[in-house]
Design a protein around this ligand. Structure first.
Ligand code: 5GP
Length: 190
């Protein structure tokens, strides 16, 4: 996606340890017009698939996932990263290791929103080692539901999440794939 790649080159910052900072338009301040273009591209790439609900993880997945949900007129469910006092006992959980924080956290979803037999499209900001995606896959599977695709705005191709998810047979779409961030230089995979 050309506009996204230009935005990354103009605003992204390669940080030590293989991290890309894109706070300017994705992880802190949000470029809503770009998010809508991104959502349209996801809708195009998953056209023809039966989807019952969009699923994501707080916080940065919510903006693009909501726009996809808006375009497809589908509900958007997000996993929470802290235990809500209001959730009750019907709670599904998954342990996830966070690459950016170098620590584990628990994902929580109210089981009454994840329904057996339904088809889910997962949307998220980044794909790195695929741990967040695996957590969501675990929750959806626990509920007897199905993932029909996983769409990421940015995939870091030098980490192994993309390969692992594709090897599982999941339909993964990433709108920009980063080949390397070495020496502060952002290089895309062609
Ligand atoms: P994974 O679970 O695939 O290892 O990591 C995905 C999650 O970690 C994303 O949802 C994102 O929040 C965060 N993440 C991973 N790598 C980066 C990065 O380079 N930059 C930013 N801003 N977030 C990242």
């Amino acid at each position: 996606m050309k506009t996204l790649k230009e935005k990354i080159l103009n605003n992204g910052e390669s940080i030590n340890g293989g991290l890309l900072k894109v706070d300017n338009f994705l992880n802190h301040q949000i470029d809503a017009s770009l998010m809508m273009e991104i959502a349209k591209e996801f809708v195009r790439r998953y056209s023809g698939k039966q989807i019952d609900k969009i699923i994501t993880v707080e916080a940065s997945g919510i903006a693009p996932a909501t726009m996809v949900g808006y375009l497809l007129d589908l509900p958007v469910l997000f996993a929470k990263k802290s235990k809500p006092g209001t959730m009750g006992s019907n709670m599904l959980t998954a342990e996830v290791f966070s690459f950016t924080k170098n620590s584990s956290y628990t994902m929580y979803i109210n089981g009454s929103y994840l329904n057996s037999g339904e088809k889910y499209l997962f949307i998220d900001d980044f794909l790195a080692n695929g741990k967040a995606a695996e957590g969501i896959l675990g929750l959806v599977t626990q509920a007897g539901a199905e993932i029909v695709g996983m769409g990421f705005i940015i995939e870091k191709g030098f980490q192994n999440g993309g390969k692992e998810l594709r090897d599982k047979g999941i339909h993964v779409e990433s709108l920009a794939i980063i080949e390397s961030l070495d020496n502060g230089k952002i290089v895309f995979r062609e």
